[in-house]
Design a protein around this ligand. Structure first.
Ligand code: CP
Ligand code: NVA
Length: 296
């Protein structure tokens, strides 16, 4: 594994290895701390959009592994305006040992990977969010064991970046991915199988995890009013969770718009694992950093 731009670029074994390293580093951390395996190494982090979990997990992850991180925003870099993607990448790749970028256009990440001699990590684009999918799978493994083959994720809502990465990781791990959302918002351009089920109650019937995300992703703010109307029937609420098997857990990548795509009762209810899932971002990211930058 050189970069993580698309999960489709990687084998099941490579993905399982990153997850296993993440679990191992978490256990070591719980037992007192990690070895400084990334000492002397720096991750350059670039954000074109806001972030809480991604920024903190990568920056704290580098710190816990003995390395350093530099955080850059679009107001400083001016990607595509002050400087081209190629020039940005050629400059920063000569100074740091890894690049993590959150961008509007997925093509910018692919261009970075072409121009970079150091690993490039997709920290969310309009197309996908592979780092989130790794943490989501860790959370399911915590619940159901390492082998998730045969398990089902039912994603309720927009056919978006988070859904696309989940569909791919499900295929890689022998899982089923179900999507339920308005007919006009399907999961398009998805390189993995998707079971599209119009009725959300039907969609969650065999789910091991019921998954929610915002109806209005970053960059779609102009469509907010229209989206909130059409997605109303796809709220993850107590009635919907009651239609899922009793053992099903509820996941949300966060940030959550409480009372919109998910209710307080579900977010804070007994089946919710959303905060463990958010914390697993740290452990999944450390697994990824250890593999890409520490040759683990
Ligand atoms: N889930 C996630 O990526 O959160 P942030 O946007 O806060 O990084
Ligand atoms: N689909 C959301 C995920 C946020 C982590 C977005 O792109 O804004």
């Amino acid at each position: 594994m050189k970069h993580l731009i698309n999960l489709t670029d990687h084998t099941t074994d490579e993905i399982q290895h990153v997850l296993a390293v993440g679990h191992r580093l978490r256990a070591e951390r719980d037992a007192g701390g990690n070895e400084p395996i990334l000492a002397g190494k720096t991750l350059g982090m670039f954000f074109e959009k806001p972030s809480l979990r991604t920024r903190v997990s990568f920056e704290q992850g580098m710190y816990e592994l003995g390395g350093n991180a530099i955080v850059l925003g679009q107001d400083e870099v001016g990607l595509g305006q002050r400087e081209s993607v190629a020039d940005f990448t050629r400059v920063i790749a000569g100074m740091v040992q890894g690049i993590m970028a959150r961008v509007y256009h997925h093509a910018a990440l692919e261009e970075m990977a072409r121009f970079s001699g150091v690993p490039v990590i997709n920290a969310l684009s309009d197309h996908s969010h592979p780092c989130q999918a790794l943490a989501d799978i860790m959370t399911m493994q915590d619940e159901f064991g390492d082998d998730l083959a045969g398990r089902t994720i039912a994603f309720i809502g927009d056919g978006n970046n988070v859904a696309r990465s989940l569909a791919v990781i499900c295929e890689k791990l022998g899982m089923t991915f179900v999507h339920s959302g308005p007919a006009d918002y399907p999961l398009t351009d998805c390189p993995a199988p998707v079971q599209a089920v119009a009725d959300p109650r039907e969609a969650v019937k065999r789910a091991d995890a019921v998954y929610a995300d915002t109806f209005v992703s970053m960059g779609q703010e102009g469509e907010k009013a229209a989206r909130l109307k059409v997605f109303e029937a796809y709220q993850v609420n107590e009635a919907l969770v009651a239609a899922a098997p009793g053992h099903a857990i509820v996941l949300h990548c966060l940030p959550a718009y409480r009372g919109v795509e998910i209710t307080d009762a579900v977010m804070d209810g007994p089946q919710s694992r959303v905060f463990a899932q958010a914390h697993n971002r740290l452990h999944a990211q450390k697994g990824l950093l250890a593999v890409l930058m520490g040759n683990m």
